[in-house]
Write a protein that binds this ligand. Structure first.
Ligand code: NAP
Length: 532
């Protein structure tokens, strides 16, 4: 058994295209250990347009047989991927820790989140209502015109391109939420690996490929490519066989892919999760009773994972006064004791440092965390400013990826509402409120609904539960399409489209909308939800 795991986790430095290991011919990259600055073996060579063509041709060929699989078959496939990841958990965790500099406990948790996500979609497939089945039975005697028999179900869009994110090497990468939801929907997937974790990407790709083989699926159901974003990534998004894109990363990267997809002869949807500062509103009652506790807890959320979370609390908004002073004093104390921890890549660390420099020029520094000899370390930073200065500055309103945040001191509740109304779209908006704050919170809520995908009370935005009700999305620039989510059960909807079947012979109807409900799923018949 040990020999088998050792063999299955021996890294080759190759791409996986429709089940075959393929060596790239382009630039060589290596994993980088940010904790000690070493480059990791093996090297991975970038692929080229011929590799994109091969992966997309195989995905297009796989689409027919893959979408013809039953929900049960796809559920078993997703569970098989999860089981394979668990089998290689120890070497997978070791490699992901080395390539990300993230603590082992965090990466271990991410394995659980990734397998949990795959199993959530397996459960959704089995439950069946994801097909959106509805039946309007024929009314042949209706006057003045008879009604035809009309049935509706959702079908998959086609092959999906997924861009792995740097900051979640497992849960938002090769077998992450985008891949799991696309595979659940019945879409073959071609992943463009993130350069920050090539070895982790290869291990996960092999776990998926083994599951493809074990479940007897078409090998083109899954491929993994290495290459530059503007080069290979753009070629992938503009390949006519790709029908949708999932992305998590920077605003500029996401917008480049949106533009590439929109410029195709056949434009396609891009679900890009990009940029969010995740405002935290501290209301007066909460500040008065627990300002100090909130300040300490805030720093815990701010510095977790070197602040490399899309939900990192990068903005705090409150009315000036003694409660806010207590919050700031406790936050300053906690931050002064925080250490500098490595960031994922030298490029991200550089971008953090220049972002903090830009904030320093426009806001007052409250405190910095400890410095470090490690050139890729993130030294936490907390700033403060007033509402008019904040409102007038694009720099202060933009995302600085890492442990950096700004406190906006407002003159009164009205000014706090004005700041809220001026915010860009966000993944999250947090409110800390006591019972005495309910009126103020009620007044704020309608504005927050128009700004954020998730509103949370008396907690911190970092930590995204994966479940049926979660929304990890929000208005631009949080995402390129606010109508959906990249985490949670509804993510499957991004890769589906509805088809209506009018007077189609009963013998030809798919099981989801067949008479007698052979799948036993919830369906809307003449407007009523039923399992009959
Ligand atoms: P990134 O630079 O946007 O890269 C993400 C992926 O997109 C990579 O595979 C990248 O390929 C590709 N890409 C980037 N620009 C592209 C372009 N113009 N055309 C086609 N593909 C492109 O993100 P990152 O490397 O993860 O981190 C950089 C910054 O992104 C961070 O400093 C942070 O600001 C932001 N970020 C935000 C979140 C969030 O959730 N909000 C998460 C992670 C990162 P290449 O590597 O070849 O460019």
């Amino acid at each position: 058994m040990t020999a088998t795991i050792a063999e299955s986790t021996r890294l080759t430095g190759q791409m996986l295209i429709a089940g075959k290991l393929v060596t790239g011919t382009g630039q060589e990259i290596r994993g980088f250990d940010p904790a000690n600055g070493t480059l990791l073996d093996p090297g991975y060579r970038y692929g080229d347009e011929a590799n994109v063509d091969a992966a997309c041709a195989a995905a297009a060929e796989a689409f027919g047989p893959y979408r013809a699989t039953t929900s049960e078959q796809r559920a078993r496939f997703l569970e098989s991927i999860a089981a394979n990841l668990e089998t290689i958990a120890a070497p997978l965790i070791a490699r992901a820790v080395a390539e990300s500099g993230l603590p082992e406990a965090r990466i271990t948790g991410e394995v659980g989140r990734t397998t949990g996500q795959l199993r959530l979609f397996a459960a959704i497939l089995r439950e069946g209502s994801w097909t959106g089945a509805r039946i309007d039975p024929a009314l042949p005697d209706r006057k003045p015109l008879p009604r035809p028999d009309i049935r509706q179900r959702a079908i998959p869009l086609g092959p999906v391109a997924v861009f792995g994110a740097s900051n979640f090497p497992l849960a938002f990468s090769v077998a992450g939420g985008d891949t799991a939801s696309a595979l659940a929907a019945g879409c073959p997937v071609v992943v463009k690996a993130h350069d920050a974790h090539p070895g982790t990407s290869e291990l996960v790709a092999r776990a998926i490929t083994d599951a493809v083989t074990a479940e007897g699926l078409h090998p083109g159901t899954f491929s993994l490519l290495f290459g530059s974003g503007p080069g290979l990534g753009t070629a992938l998004v503009t390949d006519p066989r790709i029908k949708a894109v999932g992305f998590t990363g920077s605003r500029s990267g996401g917008l480049a892919l949106v533009a590439a997809a929109a410029g195709r002869p056949e434009p396609i949807p891009v679900y890009a999760e990009m940029s969010s500062v995740n405002p935290v509103f501290l209301l007066d009652g909460a500040l008065a009773t627990r300002g100090g506790d909130l300040g300490r807890a805030f720093v815990g959320s701010l510095t977790m994972g070197s602040g490399q979370f899309c939900t990192n609390p990068g903005l705090v908004i409150a009315v000036d006064g003694p409660g806010l002073d207590a919050f700031v004093a406790a936050a300053r104390d906690a931050l002064s004791q925080s250490s500098a921890t490595p960031m994922l890549t030298p490029a991200i660390a550089k971008s953090y440092a220049s972002g903090v420099d830009a904030l320093s020029a426009e806001a007052d520094l409250v405190e910095r965390g400890a410095d470090s000899d490690n050139p890729v370390a993130c030294r936490p930073a907390l700033f403060s400013t007033d509402a008019p200065t904040f409102a007038g500055s694009e720099v202060l309103q933009g995302e600085v990826f890492g442990s950096s945040s700004i406190i906006v001191r407002c003159a009164d509740v009205d000014e706090m509402s004005t700041v809220a109304a001026g915010l860009e779209g966000q993944l999250t908006a947090t409110v800390h409120a006591d019972d005495t704050d309910l009126d103020a919170a009620r007044a704020l809520l309608p504005t927050l609904e128009t700004k954020a995908g998730r509103i949370l009370f008396n907690g911190w935005p970092t930590g995204v539960e994966v479940g049926y009700a979660m929304v990890h999305g929000g208005p631009f620039p949080a995402t390129s399409d606010s109508r959906t989510t990249s985490v949670g059960g509804r993510a499957i909807e991004r890769f589906l489209r509805p088809v209506a079947y009018q007077d189609v012979p009963k013998a030809l109807l798919p099981s989801a909308i067949a008479d007698g409900n052979p799948d036993g799923s919830w369906r809307r018949i003449d407007g009523e939800l039923t399992r009959d």
